[in-house]
Design a protein around this ligand. Structure first.
Ligand code: AMP
Ligand code: MN
Ligand code: MN
Ligand code: MN
Length: 295
């Protein structure tokens, strides 16, 4: 009886909490579904507040907002900015940003310009090891020509028989030290936070459990982020284990960050979890949406 009651409580908590999904992707970056389809899928999964956070851009937001309007879902304008911090690439999600803000728009334009050049360099490296025509094959997977991601290269390489799965392609070809990896100068943490804040948004360190950093180094990142006015960390990411969710919940409280939650959905066959299916925030973590709602 006791067990049954506590199980019920947990399920209710998950369902209530998963109404917020504050991290996902569409074809405006490296997601597989167009923005309106992402919104419809989130709605079908019970999400009531969705942030579309495409990499380094905002172009999916108008279509997502129109779809959200017609379904009665709250669409939170967001983006996931690629940043370089001490030789690591780190992702910073901006939530509740003004998509028209010139500082943010120009900053993101600059990142996308750099991506075209990077794609050509990645393709040249892959050509060298025998993947002829890789750029053309990759472009067939790209929804937004300004936003070519390693995820698109990975899909093309699977099609070309390099590996069975996208994940393996990253491990064998697309990560530091591997033949198709090229270093790239992303903007600094300071620049990204400046753009997000000037656009009236809240800055969130995305999926802290995914960086290859020691706890000490991650602590330094949290401190640098806090010193620059960063507000939140993604505690409940779709890519975090339950242990990581608990750990980053404690870290959020320690550093006085708010906690965010999101699936990091990219597509039905290529994601850790579906839209609206991340774990709830641990007890005592202040949800990031408290900063824009009065609930
Ligand atoms: P980029 O921004 O072009 O460097 O590409 C990074 C994107 O590749 C991420 O946003 C993920 O969508 C995807 N990605 C990165 N690492 C992995 C991995 N190990 N397995 C699968 N997808 C990954
Ligand atoms: Mn991605
Ligand atoms: Mn990311
Ligand atoms: Mn993401």
């Amino acid at each position: 009886m006791l067990l049954l009651e506590s199980h019920k409580a947990t399920m209710t908590e998950i369902q209530a909490s998963a109404r917020y999904d504050l991290h996902c992707h569409s074809t405006a970056s490296d997601g597989m579904l167009p923005p309106a389809a992402v919104v419809a899928r989130a709605h079908a999964n019970g999400v009531t507040s969705l942030a579309l956070t495409d990499h380094d851009g905002l172009s999916g937001l108008p279509e997502a907002a129109a779809a959200a309007d017609s379904l009665g879902l709250e669409l939170i304008p967001g983006t996931e900015i690629s940043v370089e911090w001490l030789d690591h690439s780190v992702h910073i999600v901006g939530l509740q940003v003004d998509p028209e803000n010139p500082a943010l728009v120009q900053g993101l334009n600059g990142i996308r310009d750099g991506r075209a050049n990077r794609a050509a360099r990645i393709a040249a490296e892959l050509e060298k090891i025998g993947f002829n025509g890789i750029l053309e094959r990759t472009m067939a997977y790209v929804g937004n020509p300004e936003l070519v991601s390693r995820a698109h290269f990975a899909r093309a390489l699977v099609e070309m028989g390099a590996c069975r799965e996208v994940k393996q392609v990253f491990d064998r070809y697309l990560t530091p030290g591997k033949p198709g990896y090229v270093a790239h100068p992303w903007p600094s943490l300071e620049e990204a936070l400046g753009w997000i804040h000037r656009a009236g948004g809240v800055a969130v360190i995305a999926h802290p459990g995914r960086y290859r950093m020691s706890n000490k180094e991650l602590g330094k990142l949290f401190e640098a982020f806090r010193d620059l006015g960063g507000e939140a960390i993604e505690v409940a990411s779709g890519s975090h284990t339950p242990e990581q969710v608990a750990h980053f919940g404690r870290q959020a409280r320690h550093y006085a960050f708010m906690g965010s939650q999101g699936s990091d959905f990219h597509g039905p066959d290529e994601s850790y979890v579906d839209l609206g299916r991340s774990l709830p925030l641990p007890e005592g973590v202040v949800p990031v949406w408290n900063s824009w709602n009065n609930n």
